[in-house]
Design a protein around this ligand. Sequence first.
Ligand SMILES: Nc1ncnc2c1ncn2[C@@H]1O[C@H](COP(=O)(O)OP(=O)(O)OP(=O)(O)O)[C@@H](O)[C@H]1O
Length: 257
Amino acid sequence: MLHRATSNFGQTILSLHNVSFAVGPKPLVQDCSFEVRQGSFMGLLGPNGAGKSSLLKLLYREKKPTSGKITAFGQPLDRWNRKAFAAKVGTVLQEKAQLAGLTIEQVAGLGLFPLSCSKAEEQQRVREALELVELWDRRTENAGYLSGGEQQRLFFAQILALDPEVYLLDEPNNHLDIYFQYRLMDHIKAKGKTVIASFHDINLAARYCDSAVLMHEARMVASGSLAEVLSPERLKLVYRVDAQFAKSAIAINAPVV
Ligand SMILES: Nc1ncnc2c1ncn2[C@@H]1O[C@H](COP(=O)(O)OP(=O)(O)OP(=O)(O)O)[C@@H](O)[C@H]1O
């Protein structure tokens, strides 16, 4: 069955049809089918080991499905030329590259290779992105010495400098303090780009996602609005908590910029 993960948005940008991915005998993603519409913000939810990162890696072409079909912008994923795809689909993944030896400014510009823009435009993009993540004043420092949260901000700067049509974010709030969690996600949400992001923090997911896919043991077990997906029964079955979807305890309105 093809789940329509989002409604009231533009054309279908990504679609998955019965996508599975296994390593040896172990299924990491099993029989996932859904569509993502242009401009939607889709949350990928599920407990540890559910298959969220594995699914994002398939979408980013880091891994190939064992079976099934993924289409991006109307074209099968494996037909995309690497550079053209990298210009349209950017990512912040959980696994981080080695940064030692590169400056903050160099790392922020690493994602710009697919764009055919002038050096001046590249510099402008990097500057704006680093200003947003508040690392511009430290641009000549060795990126390898940044703290976990600062590195995460730098990886956000990379994708923001590129500003692709699709943002694939794997636990984007990892290591970030409250201010940057809200500041960066508010900024990306306001752009109106297509976003697929995995979340452990349900309250953050509720703030940003207009739809969600819930994964459990490699399978997609529900899709729809967060309130639909996170029924008390599913919270109990999938997350193993006795809980209900409600307003968060701390109501943060906006970061103070
Ligand atoms: N290369 C691999 N070989 C074998 N098993 C793997 C491989 N990569 C991931 N796995 C396993 O696949 C399962 C799904 O992993 P994945 O990283 O996709 O989960 P996740 O939902 O992103 O989890 P988390 O929320 O903990 O980050 C896990 O049990 C993991 O150990």
